[in-house]
Write a protein that binds this ligand. Structure first.
Ligand code: C2E
Ligand code: MG
Ligand code: MG
Length: 641
């Protein structure tokens, strides 16, 4: 029976288009590391040789050597495909390093393929796998089943790796990889039963096409503007490296002045700048002959990943990166100064925790680390990262077990010549980490939403204190309570405050609510409604942290504020003539707007005098007292009066 070649022709057409598509990807990407391309090339050549062997499989003694060669090549290439497929699956699960470092396993995996290849190559002499008979036709040898056994072994291995590392594979990778196995088994059975139906090549082509459009979606892996791997791929990589304990070094390169540059450059300029950084980083890899994965983590943060535990290469890469990037960069005809901050991170030594690494990266983005090459280990040892990485659990436990305590910092009234109020400042005391600073846990509680519960806990504690007999004896007018921006966005905030105050019989005039500058520039409808409703009920508001950020004075003027609190960073400004003018005029402006001033961070007598002279009504700071626990605060005020 003559073989049906047309399926092979269709397979060849599919391969042709896949190779063309790959060629265009490579032009965009420049380089490709992985086993898909070798697999595609071997499968294409197998298909070509398959077609030729059939075309030349005609009776007659012509092309005798050529027939042997064509069939030999075809069979060797065909037995290579399952081996490459196993390799491909291993590389997709990122467990390659385990195999590469173990020569015993490597040899064992390659063994069936090597045996098949040797038996095929020696077949012209042994006739074991195939031979050309006297009439010039191809014939299967008695040991041809070895090739099928090999293929079966490899497919079992594929199945093993897919199942063993299934947790490392997302369904979009897992399903195509697994779905190929039954199709391959079916084609082998069909071809064994009906050798004239040549469906093996088309089945392989369709399988590879499926992989190409699912797993090898290069355009989804690479950032189109820089041509570097995307940040999602980086985060997948760090998750996988942790799961399979794969050591790597990552060099993080942050363009510390990127936000400033992005304020002035058009989008196309920023794209050109990032591309230029990307090309420079790639060039270092070629220069040092190091094979590295380069990721674009966006907004001026890049990462170069080197696998293995040799830190030397990473250190060299890092210093080259710093040296190369610190030179000016020509973008759109402009000579730009880039401020690179380079940090070398080593997994698993620096931290095994993916969460800690993420936190570290967000710090790095905020360019907390100095210019030059730094070691992540220096920062990662910092206890804060451990606390921050576990913050959700810490806060949940603190809420459930009442681990919060409210401290009070007295506020001095110049008019009264004594203390008239205090600020309630939250403290978190945990059994595991001890005392945790509010500026560490408040922002994270805001992110997770825990601030809503925490805010109510503070309010309850403050109201209970205000309603106590001890408080009444202190003669204080009110307590200032901090409200976070996130709390103000809660449409029920006003109701919640009113109900807690009602529960403890606290009068609106006994509470002063502090909102920050950030809150004041937000145009959130809920926030405005909350503020107006509480103001109308008789609560007063302070504007906290004045002078720390971007002050939208017009917005501030539109809010019902009674007090402005000058932030300590503002009050600590040096006493130069120019700054004095700014300070004096700011104070005058606030006074003219009929608002009172609390000066924060007053630590010395000299500062006290200076702000008294400038006419500020209230003083808060370590000069009088640090925030104190309730009991100590009561004693402090009693002693002072
Ligand atoms: P803040 O509201 O601006 O509070 C003033 C901060 O300055 C307090 O830090 C206080 O201890 C500190 N401070 C006061 N006087 C001096 C001084 O003379 N020298 C120095 N070096 N520091 C002084 P603390 O208690 O660590 O609180 C930090 C921030 O955490 C607060 O800044 C506030 O934004 C936030 N926070 C504290 N408690 C709460 C709360 O109950 N709710 C909310 N939403 N935020 C809170
Ligand atoms: Mg405050
Ligand atoms: Mg403040």
């Amino acid at each position: 029976m003559t073989s049906l070649l047309y399926l092979d022709y269709v397979a060849l057409i599919i391969y042709y288009f896949m190779l063309v598509a790959w060629f265009f990807r490579l032009r965009k990407r420049r380089s490709y590391k992985g086993l898909y391309l070798p697999l595609l090339l071997v499968a294409t050549f197998t298909c070509v040789f398959d077609i030729f062997t059939i075309i030349f499989n005609v009776e007659g003694s012509y092309f005798f050597v050529l027939k042997y060669l064509l069939n030999g090549f075809y069979l060797v290439l065909r037995s290579l495909i399952p081996l490459l497929y196993v390799g491909y699956i291993i590389s997709v699960t990122e467990t390659w390093h385990k195999i590469v470092n173990n020569s015993y396993i490597k040899c064992l995996i390659a063994l069936p393929c090597v045996i098949s290849a040797i038996m095929t190559i020696t077949s012209p002499l042994t006739h074991l796998i195939y031979y050309i008979d006297d009439s010039g036709l191809y014939k299967r040898g008695p040991a041809i089943f070895i090739l099928y056994i090999d293929a079966a072994i490899y497919f079992i291995l594929c199945l093993y790796f897919c199942i063993r590392y299934s947790e490392l594979l997302k369904p979009e990778k897992y399903i195509p990889l697994l779905s190929i196995i039954p199709s391959q088994v079916a084609t082998v059975i069909i071809q064994l039963m009906f050798p004239h139906i040549l469906c093996e090549m088309i089945a392989t082509a369709i399988s590879l096409l499926l992989i190409m459009i699912t797993i090898e979606k290069q355009e989804e892996k690479f950032n189109p503007s820089t041509g570097l791997l995307k940040s999602e791929i980086f985060y997948d990589m760090i998750d996988n490296a942790k799961s399979v304990s794969r050591p790597y070094s990552a060099i993080f390169i942050n363009i510390a002045n990127h936000s400033l540059l992005s304020d002035y450059l058009p989008l196309s300029g920023m794209v050109a700048l990032y591309s230029s950084v990307a090309r420079r980083l790639e060039a270092i890899g070629s220069q040092l002959k190091i094979s590295a994965e380069i990721y674009d983590l966006e907004n001026g943060l890049f990462s170069v990943v080197l696998y293995g535990d040799d830190i030397e290469f990473a250190n060299r890469y890092a210093s080259y990166a710093f040296e190369t990037l610190k030179h000016d960069c020509m973008v759109n005809g402009l000579n730009l100064t880039v401020l690179p901050s380079v940090c070398v991170f080593k997994f698993p030594e620096d931290t095994k925790s993916v969460e800690q690494l993420r936190l570290f990266l967000s710090d790095l983005r905020n360019h907390k680390y100095s210019n030059g090459v730094n070691l992540a280990s220096t920062y990662m040892k910092n206890k804060d990262y451990t606390i921050m990485a576990n913050m959700d659990t810490i806060l949940k436990d603190a809420i459930e077990n009442d681990r919060f305590e409210v401290y009070y910092q007295p506020i001095y009234s110049n008019e009264k010549n004594g203390f008239n109020s205090a600020e309630a400042l939250l403290r978190l005391i945990t059994p595991e980490y001890g005392f945790i600073r509010p500026d560490l846990f408040i922002p994270m509680a805001e992110e997770s939403g825990a601030i809503h519960k925490i805010g109510l806990i503070v309010l309850e504690k403050v109201c209970r204190f205000i309603s106590s007999d001890e408080f009444k004896k202190l003669g204080l007018d009110y307590i200032e309570v901090n409200l976070s921006v996130v709390q103000c966005m809660d449409k029920n905030l006003a109701d919640k405050i009113l109900s807690v105050c009602k529960k403890y019989g606290v009068n609106p005039s006994q509470l002063n609510l502090e909102i920050t500058e950030t809150a004041s520039i937000f145009t959130q409808r809920n926030m405005i409604k909350n503020i107006n409703r509480l103001f109308e009920t008789g609560y007063s508001f302070s504007l906290d942290d004045f002078g720390t950020g971007y002050s939208n004075l017009v917005r501030i003027a539109s809010l019902p504020l009674n007090i402005v609190k000058l932030d300590k960073s503002f009050t600590w400004t040096e006493n130069s003539e120019d700054l004095k003018i700014i300070l004096e005029n700011t104070i005058n402006m606030i006074k003219k707007m009929n608002m009172k001033i609390v000066v924060e961070g007053v630590e010395t007598e000299e500062m006290l005098k200076r702000f008294k002279d400038l006419g500020c009504e209230y003083i808060q700071g370590y000069y009088f007292s640090k925030p104190l626990p309730e009991y100590d605060f009561i004693n402090y005020i009693k002693d002072a009066s």
